[in-house]
Design a protein around this ligand. Structure first.
Ligand code: SF4
Length: 346
C-alpha cells in the first residue's frame, strides 16, 4: 500500500504581516509549516517580540512556532557582510542568507520539502529586487526550493510548484512597497492582530549604526557588548576603551544589569548623576580617572566644581572634563543614510 506523507515546509517568521500571509498561503494548501523565528540581537525593543504572542500568531496561520537563538556567527554577517550593507549597518542579504542557512539545516533534519519567506519583489530595493532574490537563493544553496508565496507568480516556478506540492495559481503576484493588497488579504484570512511594519532592525538606524561601526572598528562587538549599544551616551577614549553614560534613571538601572567582569563603574556620591561604565580590553592608566571625570561632567554639580565619584576601584574626587574634551571622544553618526525610506517588517 502506498502512503503519502504530508508535505513539509519551513518559513522565516518575523511575525510581521508578510511572514504571516506567506505562511497562511502555504498552510492553506495543506502543507505543514514550521514558523522559524530568529531571536536577532538587533531587533528594536519596541517590537512586539513576546514569544507567546508570536507563537499564537504562528498557530493562527496554521504553523508550529520554533524560536532560534543566534550566536557570534551572526555577528560576522554584520562585521564583514559579503553582500554589503542595505541601509546604514544593516547587512540584509547576508542576514537573510544566514537565516536560510539555519533553516536549511533544520529542513534536512525534518525532511522538509522546501523553504519559504515573506519577501516581496520590489519592496526593498537592495535585497528584494529580482536579482537579489535570486542571489539569496543561490548563496544559501537552496536553488529552486525557496518559495516567496506573496510574489511567486512574478518569479520562476519553484520545485514545490513544479512537482505539484503547491498550486501556483493559488500563490500571489504582489510587488512593490504598498501594503494595500496584504492588508486586504489579511482581512480575508481573518488576521487582524499583526505588527505594523517598521523601518527594519536597529542596524538601519543612523545613530545606532554609528555605535555599531565604532564598536567594530575597535574590536568591541560581541554578544555581551550589544546590550550597551541601545543605551546612553557613548564615548571612545584615546586608548580604545569605551565609556557609556546613562541618560536617565531607567537607563542607569539597565546599565547596572549589563556590567560584566572587567568593567569599571562610576557614580557620583554627593550629588545626583549618571551611572557610567568604562569597558576596554587594555585600559590606559588615565582611563579610570577620565571615566570618573566624564561622570562628574554629567552630574548635577556646578560645571567646574570637583565631584566625589564612587568608582569600582575606590572613591575619587575629580574635576569634570571640559566640553571640548568630551566632544573629542563622543561617538557620532558617521554613516551616510540612504535617501530612501523603506518599509521592512523584519
Ligand atoms: S533589516 Fe531585517 S533583513 Fe536587514 S539586517 Fe535587519 S533584521 Fe536582517
Amino acid at each position: 500500500m502506498i502512503t503519502s506523507r504530508k508535505s513539509k515546509s519551513i518559513g522565516l517568521f518575523s511575525g510581521g504581516l508578510d511572514s504571516l500571509l506567506a505562511t497562511k498561503l502555504v498552510t492553506e494548501q495543506g502543507v505543514q509549516a514550521v514558523a522559524l523565528h530568529f531571536r536577532l540581537p538587533f531587533l528594536s525593543p519596541a517590537r512586539p517580540t513576546k514569544e507567546d504572542k508570536l507563537r499564537s500568531l504562528a498557530e493562527l496561520v496554521g504553523a508550529s512556532f520554533v524560536p532560534v537563538d543566534v550566536g557570534d556567527d551572526y555577528l560576522m554577517a554584520v562585521k564583514t557582510p559579503q553582500h554589503g550593507y542595505a541601509r546604514n549597518m544593516a547587512p540584509c542579504i547576508d542576514c537573510i542568507v544566514y537565516m536560510l542557512g539555519k533553516a536549511k539545516e533544520l529542513a534536512r533534519e525534518i525532511s522538509a520539502d522546501f523553504l519559504f519567506t515573506g519577501e516581496v519583489v520590489g519592496q526593498r530595493s537592495h535585497c528584494q529586487n529580482k536579482r537579489s532574490l535570486k542571489l539569496i537563493e543561490k548563496v544559501a544553496g537552496i536553488d529552486g526550493r525557496l518559495l516567496r508565496p506573496l510574489s511567486a507568480k512574478l518569479l520562476e516556478p519553484t520545485v514545490p510548484e513544479l512537482t505539484g506540492l503547491l498550486r501556483r495559481e493559488r500563490l500571489l503576484d504582489i510587488k512593490g512597497r504598498g501594503r494595500r493588497r496584504q492588508i486586504r488579504l489579511a482581512h480575508e484570512f481573518g488576521i487582524i492582530d499583526y505588527a505594523a511594519p517598521t523601518g527594519g532592525c536597529l542596524l538601519t538606524d543612523q545613530n545606532y549604526a554609528s555605535k555599531v561601526r565604532d564598536a567594530i572598528d575597535n574590536q568591541q562587538l560581541d554578544m555581551q557588548d550589544i546590550g550597551l549599544l541601545q543605551l546612553g551616551r557613548h564615548f571612545r577614549l584615546d586608548s580604545g576603551a569605551k565609556v557609556v553614560v546613562g541618560r536617565n534613571e531607567r537607563e542607569n538601572r539597565r546599565l547596572e544589569q549589563l556590567v560584566v567582569d572587567g568593567d569599571l563603574v562610576c557614580r557620583p556620591k554627593e550629588v545626583m548623576g549618571p551611572m557610567v561604565i568604562l569597558r576596554g580590553r587594555e585600559l590606559a592608566d588615565s582611563d579610570p580617572e577620565t571615566a570618573a571625570r566624564i561622570c562628574a561632567r554629567y552630574s548635577d554639580s556646578a560645571e567646574d566644581r570637583e565631584v566625589l565619584v564612587a568608582c569600582s576601584g575606590g572613591d575619587v574626587r575629580v574635576k569634570p572634563v571640559s566640553a571640548e574634551e568630551l566632544e573629542k571622544w563622543r561617538v557620532r553618526p558617521q554613516v551616510e543614510e540612504e535617501e530612501e525610506k523603506e518599509e521592512d517588517e523584519s
